[in-house]
Design a protein around this ligand. Structure first.
Ligand code: TYD
Ligand code: MG
Length: 457
């Protein structure tokens, strides 16, 4: 056992613990993130540890009856889908995102909808960041002030746990976990030890009482939920709410889900009366597109279980610097460098004297390698200053030897494109195992990047 007043040094970025202070965290490589904290409590507090001796546990076979999980619908379909089809009682959902992106708005809207369900589930919204009046002003703006939500402003976990213990809560929202504190832990609120300790107490209570717990967490500049990566392991579901400040689209993305698929997304639009669900994201992301412009093409992507068409824009211009600039918004910069290198080596394009800028329109961030071919086509189109056909979609992965590889679910991509009125598609060769689909789309199959340039003659 550690001494009562012993100290430890904890990295606020990744949660690694050191016996002595040091400038750089060996585990995550960050500088100046290590902070002195008191041992004791350590999140796994002694509130309930009365037993000293272990009890024999029962082992059971893998087969057997399971309880069917009854999911609670939030009334917001995009949120339900990202959670795997509704909220599971006793589950814990961490919602991360930049400040001001709309986490509080989304959760206030969700809890108002749940509280207004016919059987009136008890919903508790506990804000540690905003005063009651501020939340009320937001509720009024969202026209939700009549919803029977139980609102409180508190940061003391001991009070919160004592209160919820006596309640019959179905859903509890803690906004945000970084403002909460447990008095027996001596670190400041927001430190790894505090966040871990507070979450641990709340999660334990949620599992015991069977309510769904939403924890709001802020995200650091690097994209990790501030401080506690450890928190991601403690919860059942991690959702990131993301979007560009200047755009009104917001994407809710599941990065971990014990009760559903990850990489599922929900699309919202931030309007004057709060977040509005987007039924047809492809149409929305293509709404501002202007056809017949060089450097632009449409990528037929898949996000989670859903096809999504987005415009990819590239701008290639002669550089004024010794080393040309490469800037990417919404895609992986290393991936783009790779595509440019393949185009140089296999197609003989000269890009080393050109600046290349790439943008995914609408503020969306895509992670699929299936976008390679679309990126390559946008770059070549801008370089040659020749537009691609406006009614064409593109998808395919590019390998280092210049081959164009098959990607997952081509039929779903083609179907979505056809639904939105696209007449042709540039795709990898049909895979032998691929299911034939009946879509009215003119499919051009291409096996190697060497032939890409022919499209622009
Ligand atoms: P908020 O939910 O407070 O963000 P977070 O909790 O993630 O920090 O969102 C605040 C932003 O959303 C703020 O910039 C104003 C904007 N907003 C709207 O555009 N419309 C609305 O109806 C509301 C409530 C907020
Ligand atoms: Mg907030």
């Amino acid at each position: 056992m550690a001494k009562k007043d012993a100290k430890q040094y904890v990295c606020q970025n990744c949660g690694s613990v050191y016996p002595k202070w040091q400038g750089k965290c060996d585990a995550c490589g960050e500088w100046n993130t290590i902070v002195e904290e008191q041992v004791g409590g350590e999140g796994f507090s002694n509130l309930n540890s009365r037993r000293s001796k272990g009890k024999i546990i029962d082992f059971v076979p893998l087969s057997g009856s399971q309880q069917k999980v009854e999911r609670l619908s939030t009334g917001i379909r995009e949120l339900d889908r990202v959670c795997g089809g509704g909220l599971v009682p006793g589950s814990v959902i961490l919602v991360g995102g930049d400040p001001g992106i709309g986490k509080s708005t989304l959760l206030l809207q969700a809890c108002a909808k749940i509280a207004s369900l016919p059987d009136r589930p008890e919903v508790y919204y506990i804000s540690g960041e905003e005063a009651i009046d501020q939340v009320r002003i937001r509720a009024k703006r969202l026209q939700l002030e009549q919803a029977p939500v139980n609102l409180a402003s508190s940061t003391d976990i001991r009070d919160i746990v004592a209160t919820l213990e006596k309640s019959n809560a179905a859903v509890v929202i803690i906004d945000s976990i970084q403002t909460m504190y447990l008095d027996e832990v001596e670190s400041t609120p927001g430190s790894v030890t505090q966040v871990r300790a507070c979450s641990y107490e709340l999660i334990k209570l949620a599992k015991r009482k069977g309510f769904t717990l939403f924890l709001v967490g802020h995200v650091t500049k690097q994209g990790a939920i501030a401080g506690p990566r450890v928190l991601e392991h403690m919860v059942d579901t991690v959702l990131y709410f993301e979007g560009e400040r200047g755009h009104h689209f917001r994407i809710l993305r599941a990065v971990k889900n014990r009760y559903g698929a990850t990489d599922e997304i929900g699309v919202f639009e931030m309007q004057d009366q709060g977040l509005v669900e987007v039924e047809n994201p492809s149409a929305l992301f293509l709404a501002e597109r202007q056809g017949n412009i060089s450097g632009s093409c449409v990528f037929a992507g898949i996000e989670g279980s859903r096809p999504l068409l987005v415009e990819i824009q590239a701008l290639v211009s002669p550089t004024g610097y010794a080393s040309p600039r490469r800037a990417v918004v919404g895609w992986d910069g290393n991936r783009m460098s790779m595509i440019l290198a393949v185009l140089e080596a296999r197609c003989g394009l000269n890009l080393s004297s050109q600046d290349v800028y790439l943008n995914i329109a609408g503020g969306l961030r895509i992670t699929e390698p299936a976008a390679d071919l679309a990126v390559a086509m946008a770059v070549i189109s801008s370089l040659t200053n020749k537009p691609l056909p406006a009614d064409m979609v593109i998808f395919g992965e590019i390998g280092l030897s210049g081959e164009i590889r098959a990607v997952s679910q081509p039929s779903l991509r083609l179907k979505e494109a056809s639904k939105l009125g696209f007449a042709s598609a540039l795709t990898p060769p049909t895979h032998s195992k691929e299911k034939k689909v009946n879509v009215e789309i003119n499919r051009f199959e291409i096996g190697n990047v060497q032939r890409l340039i022919n499209w622009f003659n």
